[in-house]
Write a protein that binds this ligand. Structure first.
Ligand code: NAP
Length: 313
C-alpha cells in the first residue's frame, strides 16, 4: 500500500516539533523532515530562560532533545532531508528531497529563519575560521582571545554576555547609539567589566588568510575607516554576528503567499492560500518571535490540519 502521511512537517525546530507532538498524539501518521539539526535557532542558544517550565534555564540543545523525545514517544517519525521541490496542486501533496518522494494529506511548513549575514567582503570565506553566528557552538575556541560581537538586539547582547565567560575582552559593535534589546540585558552588559561598546559603526570587511586576522570598521557618522589587527601572540580573534534573521521560505514563495520580507503571510490560524498547507513558527509573519510563540503556532497548525483531514478525507 502507498505510504501516505496524514501530516508532513517540514522543519524540526520548536514549531515543527510541537506540531509533530500534537499531530502524532492525535493519532495522525506524522513525519517531520529536517534538513540539518533538530531544534532550529534554539540549538544555537546557550540558555533558554523564558520558556515556561524550563525553570533551571535549559540549554537550547537540551530543550530540543526533550521536545524530540516527546514527539517520538507518540509515534512521530523524524527523517533528515531537504526539500528540493513539491507539488501542492492536488489533494494529496507531494514533497521531494534529493533522494526521496513523500506524500501527505496535509503539509505544515515550519522552516524558521537563518542568521542574517553581514554581506561584507571576506565574510563567507572566514565562516568557521573566526566568523561565527553561534556563540554556543564556537565560544570555547576563543578562550582568552578578543572577540567582537556585531548587532544591537537581544541576541547580540545576551550572547556577548555569554562570550565573556571565554574571551578576555568582548566589544559590541552596533550601527547606531540606540539599542533594540531589552533594558535589562543592556544594563547587564554595561555592568560587565569585560564588555566594551563601539557604536555608530559597521563592519566593512573581514580579512585573513585561512583565519580571521583583521576587521575593517567604518564610523557611520564621521566616515572614518579603522582596521583592527589580531594581537600578534593570538594570531586571530572572533567575530560573532547577531544581526537578525532571514526567513527560510525561498523554495515555497512562488506558491505560498509571502510578504515583501519573505515571511509567510498566513494569520493566526496558520492556514495558507493553499488548502491543506499550513505554516508555523518564525517563518510566519508575526509580531513576536520566541520559542513559546513558535510552539503555539505548531499546536495551532496541527489542530487545523486534523480538522482539515476530518472534513476533507
Ligand atoms: P533583532 O532584534 O532584529 O536585532 C538585530 C540587530 O542587528 C539590530 O540591532 C539591528 O540594528 C542590527 N542589524 C540588522 N542588520 C544589520 C546590518 N546589516 N549590519 C549591522 N547591524 C545590523 O534580532 P535578534 O537580536 O536576533 O532578535 C530576534 C528576535 O528574537 C527579537 O524579537 C528578540 O527580542 C528575540 N530574542 C529574544 C531573546 C529573549 O527573550 N531572551 C533572546 C534573543 C532574541 P538596528 O537596531 O539599527 O536595526
Amino acid at each position: 500500500m502507498e505510504n501516505i502521511y496524514d501530516v508532513l512537517i517540514i522543519g524540526g525546530g520548536p514549531a515543527g516539533l510541537s506540531a509533530g507532538l500534537y499531530a502524532s498524539r492525535g493519532k495522525l501518521k506524522t513525519l517531520i523532515l529536517e534538513k540539518e539539526k533538530n531544534g532550529g535557532q534554539i540549538v544555537i542558544t546557550h540558555q533558554v530562560d523564558n520558556y515556561p517550565g524550563s525553570v533551571e534555564s535549559a540549554s537550547g540543545p537540551s530543550l530540543t532533545a526533550r521536545m524530540v523525545q516527546q514527539a517520538k514517544s507518540f509515534g512521530c517519525e523524524i527523517e533528515k532531508g531537504e526539500v528540493t521541490s513539491f507539488d501542492f496542486a492536488d489533494k494529496i501533496k507531494v514533497v521531494n528531497t534529493a533522494s526521496k518522494t513523500y506524500k501527505a494529506r496535509t503539509v505544515i511548513i515550519a522552516t524558521g529563519e537563518n542568521p542574517r549575514k553581514m554581506g561584507c567582503p571576506g565574510e563567507t570565506k572566514l565562516i568557521g575560521k573566526g566568523v561565527s553566528y553561534c556563540a554556543t557552538c564556537d565560544a570555547d575556541f576563543f578562550e582568552d582571545f578578543e572577540v567582537f560581537v556585531i548587532g544591537g538586539g537581544d541576541s547580540a547582547i545576551e550572547e556577548a554576555i555569554y562570550l565573556t565567560k571565554f574571551a578576555r575582552k568582548v566589544t559590541i559593535v552596533h550601527r547606531r547609539q540606540g539599542f533594540r534589546c531589552t533594558m535589562t540585558a543592556l544594563e547587564k552588559a554595561k555592568e560587565n567589566p569585560k564588555i566594551e561598546f563601539l557604536l555608530d559603526t559597521v563592519v566593512e570587511e573581514v580579512k585573513g588568510d585561512g583565519i580571521l586576522e583583521s576587521i575593517v570598521f567604518k564610523n557611520k557618522i564621521t566616515g572614518e575607516i579603522t582596521e583592527y589587527f589580531a594581537d600578534e601572540e593570538d594570531g586571530t580573534f572572533g567575530c560573532f554576528v547577531f544581526i537578525g534573521s532571514v526567513p527560510q521560505t525561498e523554495v515555497f514563495k512562488d506558491v505560498i503567499e509571502c510578504d515583501e520580507s519573505g515571511y509567510f503571510t498566513a494569520g493566526e490560524s496558520t492556514e495558507t492560500n493553499v488548502e491543506g498547507v499550513f505554516v508555523a513558527g518564525d517563518c510566519r509573519k508575526k509580531e513576536v518571535r520566541q520559542v513559546v510563540t513558535a510552539t503555539g503556532d505548531g499546536c495551532t497548525a496541527a489542530v487545523m490540519a486534523e480538522r482539515y483531514i476530518s472534513r476533507s478525507f
